[in-house]
Design a protein around this ligand. Structure first.
Ligand code: OAD
Length: 228
């Protein structure tokens, strides 16, 4: 089977009712990114950061995967499909995708401050002052600005192997994730699905200017021609 690799961002979850970051009305319009999503912000006011992620987690418990998540999962039947996501939600998994690589962490997990001890917390809140087993503050298992993207090498390796690469719902503004497109092999077709223009060199693929669910319907038609 051909290797089909997705790189997804906040836009794939938009139709589930999860706000993106940089669209108008997006999260970074209402929150100061450096206060709630950076290691400096955590050191300055960890309660504010906990509240921000507790709210995201509570919201996640009340939303469902959408048609785009489901369409991505269904392609596992015809392709050796992998999902690399910048999203911290679990909607790809809940739609049935296996082995999802979360570049920026996962909301349903927490860890100690050294990030060596990761536990499942589901959709519950982390309490103020809650401690990890080693006595450090229990924190959301999220990759904040100023932290290493530990899974970047794995993601680059998976990308390198792709026969077809698809980007869904990411503005490609955050590095190193955005650099993944440069790890594709020279002739690998690259599709991008987004209702808005994004900074992407479309010389060997197609830009499908649609929301994720409609875009995935079009992509499935295109892929019929490419499946083995
Ligand atoms: P952005 O908010 O930067 O970009 C979302 C993209 O989704 C934009 O290109 C939108 O046009 C597109 N979009 C909006 N609605 C859509 C829909 N219905 N269907 C498809 N696409 C849609 O989000 P990301 O690129 O995911 O990191 O942001 C990357 C990282 O920046 C995040 O992982 C997060 C953030 O800061 C951290 O917090 C560490």
């Amino acid at each position: 089977m051909k290797k089909l690799v997705f790189l997804t961002g906040a836009g794939v979850s938009a139709e589930s009712g999860v706000a993106t970051f940089r669209d108008s009305g997006g999260l970074w319009e209402n929150y100061d990114v450096m206060k709630v999503a950076s290691i400096e912000g955590w050191n300055e006011d960890c309660d504010l950061v906990q509240r921000f992620y507790n709210d995201r987690r509570a919201q996640l418990a009340n939303v469902e995967p959408n048609a785009a998540h489901r369409a991505i999962a269904l392609l596992q039947a015809d392709f050796d499909a992998r999902v690399i996501t910048q999203n911290v939600d679990d909607l790809h998994e809940r739609a049935g995708s296996r082995d999802v690589l979360h570049l920026h962490g996962e909301l349903t997990k927490a860890c100690n401050e050294a990030k060596t001890d990761v536990i499942e917390i589901g959709y519950r809140a982390i309490a103020e002052g809650e401690k990890a087993a080693d006595g450090s503050r229990l924190r959301p298992f999220i990759v904040w600005f100023g932290e290493t993207v530990e899974l970047m090498n794995d993601a680059a390796y998976i990308t390198r192997e792709a026969d077809i690469f698809v980007i869904v719902g990411t503005s490609l503004q955050v590095y190193p994730a955005a650099s993944l497109i440069y790890f594709t092999r020279g002739k690998t077709p690259i599709y991008a699905i987004d209702p808005n223009e994004i900074a992407f060199p479309f010389d060997r693929g197609e830009f499908i200017r649609e929301k994720a669910s409609r875009g995935m319907e079009i992509l499935r038609e295109r892929l019929k021609l490419l499946a083995d």
